[in-house]
Design a binder for this molecule. Sequence first.
Ligand code: GLN
Ligand code: ZN
Length: 768
Amino acid sequence: MSALTSVIGFPRIGSNRELKRSIESYWKGTSTLEDMQTTARELRKKHWLLQQGAGVDLIPSNDFSYYDQLLDTSILLGAIPQRYRRLSLDAEDTLFAMGRGYQGERGDVTALPMKKWFTTNYHYLVPEIDDSEEIKLNSTKPFDEFNEAKKLGIITKPVLIGPYTFLKLARRPEGAPLTFDKGLVNAVARVYAQVLTKFAELGATWVQFDEPYLVLDKQDGDLELFKSLYAKILPARDSDNGSVKVLLQTYFGHIADIYETVNLFEFDGVGLDFIEGRNDNLAALKKFGVAQRTTIFAGIVNGRNIWRNDYADSLGVLDAVKQITDRVAVSTGCSLLHVPFSVEGEQGLQPEVRRHFAFAVEKLHEIEEIAALSDLDEAALKDSHELADNQALFDGHRVEADSNVAKRIEALHSSDFTRLPERKERQSEQREELGLPLLPTTTIGSFPQTREIRAERAQFRKHEISEEQYDSFIKQHIDEVLEKQERIGLDVLVHGEFERNDMVEYFGQHLNGFLFTKNAWVQSYGTRCVKPPIVWSDVSRAQPITVAWSAYAQSRTTRLVKGMLTGPVTILNWSWPREDVSHQLQTTQLALAIRDEVLDLEDAGIKVIQIDEAALREKLPLRRSDWHKLYLDWAIPAFRLVHSGVKPTTQIHTHMCYSEFNDIIRDIDAMDADVISFEASRSDLTVLDAIHDAHFETEAGPGVYDIHSPRIPSQEEIEARIDEILDKMEAPSVWINPDCGLKTRGDAETWPSLEHMVAAAHAVRARL
Ligand code: GLN
Ligand code: ZN
């Protein structure tokens, strides 16, 4: 019998984003709750059967979610803040109110804050624990889904976000930190123990607790927290009504600093990531061994890339683990939530290209093949054509290198990474040149993309309309959006980004070196999905990309129009990067391409240029000791390379999303932009303290309202927000803007919201 195989989690959105469509149609009122629930049930069934068909032994359940699995966990534990309970909505609508805010007959509440899930582009809703909440088992979702699969004849492995990760990610109201008092810890442990008891009763064999937070640096009290939780929970795996095995699942890095303790607990399974945490996890296993009762779930099939697995490499890892214990299961490295559904639909890619890819469905087969191969002896392995076929994918060079790109990189000098004169001096020259008022108002770049706009772009792509028709269509939209921005009185205008489907894909399409998929969607938050392009070979710019649109927009107004680019780090982080060359090299290639674009925009008369680094924080390594040497030491210089060639009077902006960047505030200042806008409205405002304490020099626009929610903020609300900002920052360095681009919003909420924002800025300005 070959090794046990396990999948940590499976994408839930559906092969054709059926879940997204169904939920959004329910929100719009064009379908019913029952319709949505039916779609959800069908998808779960399909995904379980798929995994069963592939031969997976431990198939996850409860990895399904209507919005976010951490939000489900909050609800499971009864951590539903009073403001949502007070709306007295039914279960699904309460969930959606927490996820996206609610504005209607029953009240007006903002959504829970949203944050990036570790180093992924998935976003979770931050659990909020207030004193009025009683932590208790509050939902039957995990049990219902287990039973649903059981009826289909599949005994699944229920998956829950573990208590340690839940508590470490939870906050008090207003974003205040949580203290882990005994009462709270016991209450949470009690719920998880109840869950185990219940699953033992229902006939589950394994339950998986996801504890990715264990791969982070430990703070005082963390070890005790972990111990006191699991000391109370684990005894519940055996009860009079049956017993169930517990898999402690970690991912996104190593747990070497707590492995000894974990091992002492004798979990039935410990899931370790041998992709991102390989060396440290192996070293920990060697040092402390593996408890008698424990199976090591070796995470070797990457849940975060789209490339085929290198079997020889994976088998090497399995061998190394087998030297320590013979109880080894083969697993994904993390949930497959972070990869697209299947390569099958990608017939647009050449077969010799496509064979290098493995999405979720293909990864299931890889797990099975690796498990089978791992049982073969050396002689049989030599004869294995599966192994030989796989090896052929990795032999030799996949693509030719571009010698021009290589030469340009070789010629770079340290002065290419430094903009002169110093920022202080530039800022005062810019003030003179640009003539902006105090608290200048602007937006982040995109404006609502209606169905009509998307349809027009699609028609152009399919050559159904001529380039002239398309150009005049986009120009008409630019004219309209400029006119509206002027009318409501914004200071720095944007052209609206109507020509862009997506801030990364658009640039990928205009650069050499990228490939695109038709249907490779990945969930980003709620029903939002992204379709990252693929870096396939060396990157360079063929010709100007955005210059004509920005120049056109600037020619239509006497106000300043901001040029709009995506930065190199974000392009890489929101693409599928190559694995045959370093991220640093790919980012530098991108930086040179975008640098050319910046200089061309400047030549075309654009005086303000925004280079979005929305995803800069995303790939910051989880362990602090890796931050600089593995990432910031090249990511920050790459950004500087993009803009170091402009005149002192050209104002360089950047923008970041959902960033918790308190701890890298100095590195962000060192990007040497003149202005930064960032998300702040939906996370706590502690970043303002950080700006204050760090003597941040970049002028900054902390978002004054949340664009991820359809609700319209009032003028008073925004004024109050601006006052909060002015408590911490000097007025001359403050900008007023929403927290992100408006592309996913409708006109109905966008324009009143912006009017309130401008009115609020004017009102505060008058009092200064
Ligand atoms: N300029 C982009 C926009 O406005 C930025 C989007 C983002 O930060 N995610 O859409
Ligand atoms: Zn943003």
